[in-house]
Design a protein around this ligand. Structure first.
Ligand code: GDP
Length: 444
């Protein structure tokens, strides 16, 4: 997970001040010193850090008194607000042209994730906003780039407009927009060429495309793993092209966070989306406030809820609730449940969104072993339908077969059966407890 080091340090710093009933100037000085060091170590731009610390100091020392918060909490609130502001304040939206199609130009260096992000954005536009995008391959220098976009288009069952490597990128863009109008696409996503470094030929070509197609958005794709280099690249592209927003990719890696925290302050352009993995559904709208909250260990419940809403079938959830209530929950339900949770992303990332989860005793060092989950899944899949309904019918030889079929051993099978029995018992107890509290339904 990105920001881990920074988050740990900031959380330790603010912990010292949270409970304080009185915050002295000396306390603020110490806290800001530690925040400064943590940010610099996370590769945040030097000037950005200096300005931020100055603002935090000014606001934290002269805190107006609020009854609902302790002075310590008020200082933390200031830190959170300033971090949010640093990343762009309010979440910015994606343009919609009143004369469709809305044209989006994707620009960035080679390897930043431009082509992948073009596919992800198309997927998001269709899934979340019900739009019909046309993908356009304008990188004529690398045949592999065109092929890559076509492959993504294939995976998404979306059309890709290309004219091979002989055509001029400006012509391709122009023809693509005509085609989009003909075929009633409401978005056109133009994947442009990248280079290893910023160079003037590339900038000229991008400027030519921009002048001709007059895009509604120019998204600059930068790689979060490259830290301050990403910020420098963003500055050059922005000077030439006046981009409308930034997409920060590879935030799922262990980037220190410098790019995310500096880009807006240095370029004046907001991060609109964050790439959270290689898969086509791993692009998230970037919410500065939620990100600040995550960095400060306050969790990100809103994103967690959105993920659940997007992936969990409500009808199924209701049925499950009923099964738990009546203790008729079977291994088949357990499999369903596992696959729904898996769709929401890696468990470690989900845990990071729960407020205070990293501070909970015992949870801090839990490493979710995805391999172990795969074993559980394999064991259940090796059972017959009947056994999944009623595991008590399994005898020793069946358990042996199941272990063999799932690539595990008998003690793993026994452990799972025992855990499952205990879980059912617990559900029963919880249900009985709920029944005791008159009038209150079973809440999940
Ligand atoms: P382009 O040269 O800018 O078009 O870059 P590509 O789209 O080909 O991406 C370069 C590499 O980065 C590919 O291996 C992608 O799978 C990977 N990539 C892109 N976005 C992300 C992301 O958000 N997270 C991770 N982990 N990998 C990414």
């Amino acid at each position: 997970m990105a920001f881990e080091g920074l988050a740990d340090r900031l959380q330790n710093t603010i912990k010292k001040i949270t409970g304080k009933g009185k915050v002295s100037e000396q306390d603020v000085k110490e806290m800001t010193r530690e925040i400064r060091l943590a940010l610099l170590e996370a590769d945040v731009n030097f000037k950005v850090v200096k300005d931020l610390i100055k603002r935090i100091k000014e606001r934290a020392v002269g805190q107006e008194v609020m009854e609902s918060l302790t002075p310590g909490q008020q200082v933390i609130k200031v830190v959170k607000e300033e971090l949010t502001e640093l990343m762009g304040g309010e979440q910015s939206k994606i343009a919609v042209s009143d004369k469709p199609p809305t044209v989006i130009m994707m620009v960035g260096l080679q390897g930043a994730g431009k082509t992948t992000t073009t596919g992800k954005l198309a997927n998001l536009l269709r899934k979340k906003y019900n739009r019909s995008p046309l993908l356009v391959a304008c990188d004529v220098y690398r045949p592999a780039a065109i092929k890559q976009l076509e492959t993504l288009g294939g995976q998404l069952s979306m059309p890709v407009f290309s004219m091979g490597t002989e055509a001029n990128p400006v012509d391709i863009a122009k023809k693509a927009i005509e085609k989009a109008k003909e075929d009633h696409h409401d978005y056109v996503l133009i994947d442009t060429a990248g280079r290893l470094h910023v160079d003037s030929d590339l900038m000229q070509e991008l400027t030519d495309i921009k002048e001709l197609v007059n895009p509604d958005e120019i998204f600059l794709v930068v790689d979060a793993m490259t830290g301050q280099d990403a910020v420098n690249v963003a500055e050059s592209f922005n000077e030439q092209l006046d981009v409308t927003g930034v997409v920060l990719t590879k935030l799922d890696g262990d980037t220190r966070g410098g790019a995310a925290l500096s880009i807006k302050a240095v370029t004046g352009k907001s991060i609109k989306f964050a790439g959270m993995g290689e898969k086509l559904d791993q692009l998230e709208a970037f919410h500065p406030e939620r990100m600040a909250s995550r960095i400060l260990g306050m969790g990100d419940v809103l994103t967690l809820i959105e993920k659940a809403q997007a992936n969990v079938d409500e009808k199924q959830a209701k049925e499950l609730q009923e099964k738990m209530r009546t203790a008729t929950f079977t291994f088949d339900d357990f499999l369903d449940q596992m696959s729904q949770v898996k769709k929401m992303g890696p468990l470690d990332d989900l845990l990071a969104m729960i407020p205070g989860a990293n501070k909970m005793k015992g949870l801090k060092n839990v490493q979710f072993d995805e391999k172990q989950l795969a074993h559980v899944e394999a064991i259940i899949q090796s059972m017959t339908k009947k056994e999944r309904q009623d595991p008590s019918i399994m005898n020793a030889s069946r358990k042996k077969r199941i272990a063999k079929g799932s690539g595990t051993n008998v003690s793993q099978v026994n452990r799972l059966l025992k855990q499952f029995e205990e879980m059912k018992k617990m559900m029963k107890q919880m249900t009985n407890m709920q029944k005791g509290k008159k009038g209150k339904g079973f809440k999940m």
